[in-house]
Design a protein around this ligand. Structure first.
Ligand SMILES: [Zn+2]
Length: 195
């Protein structure tokens, strides 16, 4: 077992082999982690939230849910999930959206920027990064179809376990969003535990 602590506002990228498992743990609770995945041998094939909604037939997935690629290939399967509330409707927070959504004038640390930083050594540029699977992010869908981001349900030690269904490059963050309840207003660490 290998454990990597991803500090709040930081990220991590790693390769997983088909059949191996890893867990993403919320260390202190209420901390979102944006996860993206690419086919290791051809990163142009990457996680697709649209295909994942279509092929699971659901807006939210938990245990036995599958994260699909742009070519409808299973990349990751959820094998354990102690929370059951995740989001794949929202894009990553980005320097662009902090300006537009929150009126910030200075660049704000963002999941898109963090992912671009940890994926650069693998030759993946920002424009290649797909919208993410937002582990622990809680999105309410109102009767009038409005979307609202509220505090996660995750408690200290909660985790999601994934099994790789293909050889993948995975990258994730400890989301730095502090302008809405996405992370319970406090940015904390996540832990990656792999076989
Ligand atoms: Zn974020």
């Amino acid at each position: 077992m290998a454990e990597i602590v991803v500090r709040g506002g930081m990220g991590h990228a790693f390769v997983v082999s088909k059949g191996s498992r890893f867990r993403v743990m919320d260390v202190e609770g209420k901390q979102v982690s944006d996860l993206v995945a690419f086919l290791r041998d051809d990163p142009s094939e990457r996680f697709s939230p649209g295909n994942t909604r279509k092929l699971n037939g659901r807006l939210k997935i938990s245990r036995e849910g599958v994260l699909y690629s742009t070519k409808c290939r299973p990349l990751l399967r959820i094998t354990e999930d102690t929370v059951g509330e995740h989001d794949f409707l929202f894009s990553s927070c980005s320097a662009y959206d902090y300006r537009v959504r929150f009126g910030l004038r200075m660049d704000h640390n963002s999941c898109l920027g963090i992912l671009a930083g940890v994926l650069a050594p693998y030759g993946i540029s920002e424009s290649m990064i797909p919208d993410p699977f937002n582990i622990f992010q809680r999105t309410l869908i109102r009767p009038d179809w409005a979307l609202e981001t509220v505090e996660p349900l995750s408690k200290p030690g909660d985790f999601v376990e994934f099994r790789a269904e293909a050889d993948c490059l995975v990258a994730l963050t400890a989301c730095p969003q502090d302008q809405n309840p996405c992370n319970g207003w406090t940015i904390t660490d996540v832990k990656v535990i792999s076989e």
